[in-house]
Design a binder for this molecule. Structure first.
Ligand code: ADP
Ligand code: MG
Length: 448
């Protein structure tokens, strides 16, 4: 097919697409996308970076293919090729077999996310005890280590291990065991609702009729008497039936303030293990694994620099890896200095203050909304999510207090802001599309 024909038809495809998605969305994702060739039924599209590539593959592939088929009957598939790959032929073939990014979703009945498994947990001297205990729990359900209590700082893999226990129990016992995972915040909120709506029986059924109860972040119980009491009875009932219970917390049981003595002693009644920050080798193994899992293909020297620079927290380690992967335009031109520079920028974004104005502007533009509508107390459905994203970003990169954000958004209560922030934060752990959307917005905001 002649280049001109391909180009004209591509324009028509875009016009059709625009009828189905909004214009800002079209502009955001398709501005720098160009048709390269149509050969053997494969339409090759050139895309500017990894982010756009992922986005098109995950979000627009089916609809795009459908429209494209109406213009080119012979078409069988669409391939998205990074700008850099076009230059060297050999790499095209390598990249076109790239593994698909999988989107993991939480199973409602267990509240488990299948992405967290023992097999993708890197074991180092910092977490080997916790890991062994977690595995031990699965093979000795309700007997040997009951309860298991894992504690350690933020982003060190507690949730990963807890969820891996749940997933492994389901696998090992062919879904014959009932597993329930909850964050302590969920437990507390559901209890409040159950008391309010007089559905306490259902609540108890949910948390007591299980073989394995996994409760994450129990330090959240501090000062919450009702929840402590409920958990105490839940615990006793499960324990007496020989059911397995697993807890996590950001500190040892004795150090959680404002918590009943009797609950503390339950926490300590089984096995208590900690997780500490990983050493360099473990950090490197982790970034290598994530690099592979997410099909980033960053070279090893880049991974080493990341593992050297980010030492405290694995979530931050992952954050730096993503940050760099999304920004690399041309992998073959990447060098140590560029990686160092990007890490500096990544770390700076944690310190640098960005004007709220800029954040509001970018978010409004991205979702095709008026800035005013975004800030006002309009209850329109389509504004709810963009507004939550806005609050999240005002906090995350704007570094504003919940109160200030509330003020900015027409005097909203700070608890509303807190709720939105936590909702989005949780969701991006589980929803890869939203995660990319936020990464993209951050990149736009931090540009220039
Ligand atoms: P915590 O619950 O302790 O705050 P998480 O379990 O949420 O931490 O871990 C943060 C991120 O780091 C998750 O994406 C998790 O998969 C990853 N992670 C933590 N520890 C490991 C590890 N040892 N191997 C692989 N990934 C890890
Ligand atoms: Mg956690």
């Amino acid at each position: 097919m002649k280049d001109v024909d391909l180009k004209t038809k591509w324009q028509q495809i875009l016009e059709d697409l625009e009828k189905q998605i909004s214009r800002p969305t079209l502009k955001t994702w398709f501005n720098d996308v160009n048709p390269l060739q149509l050969y053997n039924g494969i339409l090759r599209l050139e895309v500017p970076n990894k982010l756009v590539k992922d986005w098109l593959e995950n979000k627009f592939h089916i609809i795009l293919l459908k429209i494209a088929k109406s213009y080119f009957h012979e078409i069988k598939n669409i391939e998205y090729v990074l700008n850099t790959q076009i230059k060297t032929r050999t790499r095209v073939s390598k990249y076109s077999f790239q593994q698909k990014i999988t989107i993991f979703e939480v199973t409602p009945s267990t509240n488990l996310n299948p992405r967290y498994r023992f097999e993708n947990f890197v074991v180092g001297s910092n977490n080997e005890l916790a890991f062994a205990a977690a595995q031990g729990v699965v093979t000795n359900l309700g007997t040997k280590f009951n309860p298991l209590f894992i504690y350690g700082g933020v982003g060190l893999g507690k949730t990963h291990l807890l969820q891996a226990i749940g997933n492994e129990v389901l696998r090992k016992y062919n879904n014959q065991k009932k597993v329930r995972y909850a964050t302590t915040e969920q437990f507390t909120n559901e209890l409040i609702n159950a008391l309010k709506n007089q559905t306490i029986d259902e609540f108890r059924q949910k948390f007591r009729e299980v073989d394995v109860l996994i409760l994450d972040d129990v330090h959240f119980l501090s000062g919450k008497n009702k929840s402590q009491e409920e958990l105490f009875h839940t615990f006793n009932e499960l324990y007496n039936l020989g059911k397995q219970i697993v807890f996590s917390s950001d500190r040892a049981p004795r150090l959680i303030p404002d918590i009943e003595e009797r609950l503390q002693s339950r926490f300590e009644g089984g096995l208590v293990v900690d997780i500490i920050p990983p050493d360099f080798e473990t950090r490197l193994a982790i970034v290598r694994l994530k690099n592979q899992e997410r099909a980033y293909y960053l070279p090893d020297f880049a991974l080493e620099i990341i593992a050297e620079r980010i030492t405290k927290n694995i979530r931050e380690l992952e954050g730096a890896l993503n940050y760099i992967a999304f920004r690399v335009k041309n992998i073959s031109n990447l060098n140590k200095d560029k990686v160092e520079e990007m890490i500096k920028d990544y770390l700076k974004q944690n310190i640098k203050k960005i004007s709220p104005k800029k954040i509001i502007k970018v978010v409004a533009e991205f979702y095709g909304l008026k800035e005013d509508d975004l800030l006002k107390k309009l209850r329109k459905k389509e504004i709810i999510k963009p507004r939550q994203v806005l609050m999240y970003l005002l906090r995350e990169i704007g570094k504003l207090s919940y109160n200030t954000i509330g003020e900015l958004l027409n005097k909203r209560d700070h608890t509303t802001v807190l709720y939105s922030y936590e909702k989005i934060e949780k969701e991006i752990q589980q929803n890869f599309e939203l995660y990319q959307e936020i990464e993209f917005l951050k990149q736009k905001i931090l540009e220039n």
